[in-house]
Design a protein around this ligand. Structure first.
Ligand code: HSE
Length: 311
């Protein structure tokens, strides 16, 4: 390998997906970040540029940047004797709830592993990216970086020891992202999550979580809609996102399977059946709701996608 630049695409992801706080994640086709990387003679990771959506708020300092921290973790794990220079183009703005820091971390780890001749398994690469999330997002969670690297729908079975499983989601599952023009930082959003839950709420979440996994495996879209339920985490975060309930109700009244808070927010995620419904109509209705209330809202009509890939 020479010092030529390599380029990696790292997709947005939606995490939690109702009952699976820090457990479930789904890779999306759009939007995505681009991470470019090349070897350098001097050790360590440097960032020579960050451009794109919301790039002004992202630190160039390697000790604080998720792509750099993840790439450094890969170098260490591989015992590499070289360094890495990174260039980042953000397609996913920070504080969106669709895995902005996760995409940069996953892309940084994935690119670094290519430069290390693919020494790490995908699961090890996920762990390096999760380490970066721990440093930059106020707590260890791999439910964005796992789908970002592995693609599809992922389940973190256990953090210690780490085990993630990957499932192909149904092809008919359409996804609408509605991103209101407010910023919610994951570190802040994690602080409002309850530390303890009543056993009855736990029973409710486990039932829905189990059913959601079964529905993803069998492609039962109706059951997916019924199982994306969360009575613990989203209710604690609702106040952080203007018009969240109204946006979800708007999606449901236009035929959505389910509509819920994406990750730590503020993105509102809607699942719909691509065969029977038009994602454009759902997206326009939510954007209109925000517009009428004086809040901008960017939308994407997308679907489940693959993980990080070299482009
Ligand atoms: N599971 C994490 C959370 C995802 O909800 O805080 C952050 O995007």
């Amino acid at each position: 390998m020479t010092d030529e630049w390599i380029k990696v695409s790292a997709p947005a992801t939606t995490s939690n997906i109702g009952p699976g706080y820090d457990v479930f994640g789904l890779a999306l086709k759009e939007p995505h970040d681009i991470i470019e990387a090349r070897r350098t003679d001097s050790p360590g990771v440097t960032i020579s540029g960050i451009t794109g959506n919301g790039s002004g708020s992202i630190p160039l300092d390697s000790a604080k940047n998720s792509a750099a921290i993840a790439a450094e973790a890969v170098l260490e794990r591989c015992g590499a004797e070289f360094g890495i220079e990174l260039r980042i183009t953000k397609g996913i703005r920070p504080g969106s709830g669709i895995g902005s820091s996760g995409a940069s971390a996953a892309g940084g780890a994935f690119a670094a592993n290519i430069l290390c001749d693919g020494k790490l398994t995908k699961q090890e690469t996920v762990l390096c990216a999760a380490h970066a999330e721990d440093v930059t997002s106020g707590g260890l969670h791999a439910d964005n970086v796992a789908p970002c690297i592995l693609g599809g729908f992922t389940v973190i079975r256990s953090y210690e020891p780490f085990e993630v499983i990957s499932i192909d989601p149904p092809a008919d599952l359409g996804v609408v992202l509605a991103l209101p023009d407010v910023t919610v930082y994951t570190a802040d959003s994690r602080k409002v999550v309850p530390r303890e839950v009543p056993i009855r709420d736990l029973t409710y979440q486990v039932g829905n979580a189990s059913a959601l996994v079964y529905a993803m495996v069998t492609g039962d879209l109706g059951l997916i809609g019924r199982s994306v339920k969360d009575i613990i985490v989203e209710p604690a975060r609702t106040h952080l996102v203007p018009l969240l309930k109204q946006a979800e109700d708007t999606a449901m009244s236009h035929g959505a399977l389910t509509s819920f808070l994406g990750g730590s927010g503020p993105c509102v995620i809607t699942f719909y059946n691509k065969k029977t419904h038009d994602g454009g109509i759902i997206a326009a209705a939510i954007a209109d709701l925000y517009d009428k209330n004086g809040i901008g809202c960017e939308t994407w009509i997308t679907e489940c996608g693959e993980g990080c890939r070299r482009i």
